[in-house]
Unconditional design. Structure first.
Length: 474
């Protein structure tokens, strides 16, 4: 266990001198929001102080003070994480980058945007569209910061076509635990130039450095898009349709799946029934939501025709075109509400964000459903069928917290073991934080986990940056 120092009144004065009184908080002045992220079940932990930085130089000055005094520092964006990554489990300082929210410039010749890290995903997405460009990563929580997205390598609904956040980061400015400022990457699309520290930083969950600025790749905005809903009578045929859609060379932007249970919850939550629950009197067990983008109506018509052929072979009950802008907005709003809808009608929940090979999705879902029955927890799920990333929630509305946690632990142990047997990964996009460390250790194996931990020690020998996360104990 690392011994850290407390933030004394003298250290507090030094920190206050960097950010000013209005952006420094201590004691009762700290908002309770800083004690948790969106998964409070993983524990609430109070920081001793919070600094809201507005520039790289401020972050650097803060880190120099904390390094000199051995104060633990937890970087935080919008706090929408789902693995406890931004929670200060060792106390100390929370360093928020949320106020670093300026889009700095567009480079239209190289199709990149240069931005501070506190910009919200939804703000960059909207601003890029105004420039005729698209920022392809599209994680569900649009109020997350870009810094949080890069630090967790966020995925989202368009990953099946465009890839994940990592694929759009060309360069960054990062402050090391010592306070030194380092630039990584360049505005170029290729590099075989030594170890990629840029890619090491992406997905490192604030354990190796604090990212302050980003250069992100953009693409020309597609002219048009169309979404289609494919209802199925059982989950197995729903998932079995996915390889057919991919093999038909349709290049979908998204292939999302949802079961009947989440369709009903989301309808109750949004007050709008947009996904079908029955077709011609037959109950719908699950749906795929497929989106195509293109530059002409002919191109989209052709894709829709081919999808109809594939769907028929795959025993879809119908193919419903989301054909008006209002319906499209409602359908995607409903899809984006799934987690919030589960939270709204659940007292306690824990989550799996595993990714398994696409051909094992249905089997994995069946396994976790039976497992839920075995341990006495309700299982809810939805996910990115195109890439095998499943969001599975073990829930209760009746059990007391202690009992729930015991059962959830049994559920998680068995589910992660199954995931390993299926050659899957512990997290597809929500990352490890402090909540999923033991499963990463098991899945990565001693050698790889030991190397991760050794890398952490090289970047941060005093272990002050986001201690107790990903690959090291507190
Ligand atoms: C309703 C809902 C839906 C979601 N859907 C998705 C989804 O579809 N796909 C997906 O990938 N995620 C999803 N998430 C999870 C979450 O939104 C992402 O993990 C997001 O990337 C977190 O961003 P944030 O700004 O909130 O970061 P935080 O939660 O504040 O921090 C996350 C991690 O990043 C680190 N960090 C933050 N900023 C910096 C920085 N500047 N430098 C270094 N480290 C930093 C923190 O220390 C922490 O480890 C969802 C969450 C919710 C609540």
């Amino acid at each position: 266990m690392t011994a850290y120092h407390k933030i004394t009144p003298e250290i507090a004065e030094q920190l206050k001198a960097v950010v000013g009184e209005k952006r420094f908080f201590m004691g009762d002045g700290i908002s309770p929001d800083y004690t948790h992220d969106e998964m409070p079940i993983y524990g609430k932990f109070s920081p001793e102080a919070v600094c809201e930085a507005e520039s790289t130089e401020e972050v650097s000055a803060i880190m120099k003070i904390c390094a000199a005094n051995k104060i633990p520092v937890t970087p935080r964006g919008a706090g929408t994480g789902l693995a406890g990554g931004s929670v200060p489990i060792c106390g100390g300082l929370v360093l928020s980058t949320a106020r670093m929210n300026k889009i700095l410039s567009y480079d239209m010749k190289n199709l990149v945007v240069h931005t501070q890290v506190g910009v919200l995903l939804q703000d960059l997405a909207a601003d890029a569209l105004e420039h005729g460009l698209m920022y392809p990563p599209d994680p569900g929580e649009k109020t997350a910061t870009l810094g949080g997205n890069v630090s967790t390598n966020a995925g989202g609904m368009r990953a099946v076509k465009y890839g994940v956040t990592r694929d759009y980061v060309l360069a960054m400015t990062v402050v090391l635990p010592s306070g030194e400022i380092m630039k990584l990457g360049k505005t170029v699309c290729k590099s075989s130039s030594g170890y990629s520290l840029l890619h090491l930083m992406i997905g490192s969950e604030g354990t190796l450095g604090i990212i302050t600025e980003l250069t992100l790749k953009l693409i020309p905005k597609p002219e048009m898009d169309v979404s289609l809903i494919l209802p199925f009578a059982d989950i197995e045929s729903c998932i079995a349709a996915v390889p057919g859609i991919k093999l038909a060379n349709l290049d979908p932007q998204s292939i999302e799946f949802m079961d009947a249970d989440i369709i009903k919850s989301s309808a109750a939550f949004t007050g709008n029934q947009v996904f079908p629950t029955e077709m011609n009197g037959e109950p719908v067990a699950a749906c795929l939501l497929v989106t195509f983008v293109g530059n002409s109506e002919d191109e989209l018509d052709l894709k829709m025709e081919k999808l109809a052929e594939v769907s028929e072979k795959a025993a879809a009950m119908d193919i419903l075109v989301v054909d008006t802008p209002t319906l499209k907005k409602d359908v995607w709003a409903a899809r984006s509400s799934f987690l919030t809808a589960i939270e709204a009608d659940t007292k306690l929940l824990d989550e799996l964000d595993v990714v398994v090979p696409v051909d094992r999705i249905a089997e994995f879902l069946g396994f976790t459903r039976s497992l839920g029955e075995e341990v006495g927890l309700t299982v809810r799920n939805f996910g990115h069928a195109g890439d095998g990333n499943l969001h599975i929630y073990a829930c209760t509305n009746t059990l007391p917290e202690d009992d729930f946690k015991k059962r959830a632990k049994i559920f998680m142990d068995k589910a992660y073991t199954k995931c390993m047997i299926f050659e899957g990964q512990v997290s597809g996009e929500h990352a490890i934080g402090h909540a999923k460390k033991e499963y990463l250790r098991e899945s990565a194996g001693d050698t790889a986990y030991g190397l991760m931990s050794a890398i952490k020690h090289i970047f941060d020998p005093d272990m002050i940056l986001n201690p107790g996360k990903v690959c090291v104990d507190a």
